[in-house]
Design a protein around this ligand. Structure first.
Ligand SMILES: Cc1ncc(COP(=O)(O)O)c(C=O)c1O
Length: 372
């Protein structure tokens, strides 16, 4: 029977390597029999948590969950569009940006097509290509950063989509206005026309960096752009799953054809709407990350480890005295969950999310115990 089922599965699914997610706190406690506190710095969430305003609104809305939500998330999309000075038709909602990445693959990619990604980029782009059975062209990085010049040169007539994580997870590096401008000059002058996806999951953290590009401003000139933003990171709503794509109405309309109905649940729509305008939460989250980044950089340097300057809320640390897996496992036993980075091609690194002051100092003391 097993063999019969196996034969029915699509080749692409058979060969598919599933996504490894950060370990949940409860699972670690259960598996390792830890009774005390366990902290999770593994999934680039926002440790500040959800604002009181969002919680209050959610509580008031609980009565309504016997009904389906608005399938098109109209009110939320309208508010997002207004915030960005765009039209509602420019916005698509996804159950996390993860879903939109997959929708892009399902909408545009045939087996004979190619996508261009950066070597150590967020892994879901490659997965979207592999799921559709197309060719994934992986371009080496330059100084741990997407090499946009080389990526532009990797585009050819078969390239349907170029994925640019800006900033990238797990390196935390970003591409500047100038690099993005040059990328489009090359693409245009070679009469190439791929869809260019800017994944800006960490936009609110990155925009304070020097020369970080405002890609929304490019939409009018380049209608083949898709910009991804999420409520999972700065807005602290990772558990509710809501992200959005910004693109020309035509691009959105094709993605929307295959978007599963009701893909944003009622509570996610309500919480995201409230969180969208919660500027105090955004400011406080950026302030905390900037402050704690300095602390972590200085402590990591004291431990004589190398790290990569990050434009986001996490840091990639080279722990090469041991492997990333070893450090990950030893930190787990001490109740600190980070991520080993093998599947990203960094066997000697761990990625740590920047948490609350207390969490970061617990992480540093645990790391010291392991490495010194
Ligand atoms: C670069 C990047 N894009 C997209 C995502 C997916 O986020 P979500 O599906 O929660 O919106 C993540 C999550 O870690 C990420 O790091």
């Amino acid at each position: 029977m097993e063999d019969k089922i196996k034969k029915m599965v699509r080749k692409e699914v058979m060969n598919f390597v599933p996504y490894v997610s950060g370990k949940p706190i409860d699972e670690v406690k259960r598996e390792l029999g830890i009774k005390g506190k366990v902290i999770k710095l593994a999934s680039n969430e926002n440790s500040i948590g959800v604002s009181k305003k969002v919680i209050q609104t959610l509580k008031k809305s609980l009565d309504g969950i016997n009904r389906y939500p608005d399938s098109s998330s109209y009110i939320l999309r309208k508010a997002i569009a207004k915030k960005h000075d765009l039209k509602t038709e420019n916005i698509i909602m996804g159950s996390g940006t993860d879903e939109i990445i997959e929708l892009i693959g399902k909408t545009f990619l045939n087996q004979e097509d190619e996508i261009v990604v950066s070597e150590h980029a967020f892994i879901r782009y490659k997965m979207a290509g592999e799921l559709m059975g197309c060719k994934v062209v992986s371009v080496p990085m330059k100084n741990f950063t997407h090499d946009l010049k080389a990526m532009a040169k990797a585009v050819n007539g078969n390239t349907k989509v170029v994925f640019i994580a800006n900033p990238n997870n797990p390196t935390g590096t970003y591409n500047t206005v100038e690099e993005v401008r040059e990328f489009f000059v090359y693409i245009e002058s070679n009469r190439l026309n791929p869809l260019v996806v800017f994944d800006e999951a960490y936009y609110e953290y990155a925009r304070v960096q020097k020369n970080y590009p405002e890609t929304i401003l490019l939409l009018e000139k380049y209608p083949n752009i898709v910009i991804l933003r999420t409520f999972s990171k700065i807005h602290s709503l990772a558990g509710l799953r809501a992200g959005y794509g910004i693109a020309a109405p035509e691009v959105i309309s094709y993605l929307d054809r295959i978007r599963p109905p009701f893909n944003i649940n009622l509570l996610a729509q309500i919480a995201a709407l409230e969180a969208l305008s919660d500027n105090a939460q955004i400011r406080e989250s950026v302030r905390l990350v900037e402050k704690e980044k300095k602390y972590l950089y200085s402590e990591i340097t004291k431990l004589k480890l190398n790290y990569i300057q990050s434009a986001a809320n996490f840091i990639l640390i080279d722990v090469s005295i041991k492997t990333g897996q070893e450090v990950f496992q030893e930190l787990l036993k001490k109740g600190v969950i980070v991520r080993a980075m093998d599947e990203y091609g960094f066997p000697n690194h761990i990625r740590v999310t920047i948490g609350l002051t207390e969490e970061n100092s617990i992480f540093i003391s645990a790391l010291k115990k392991i490495l010194l």
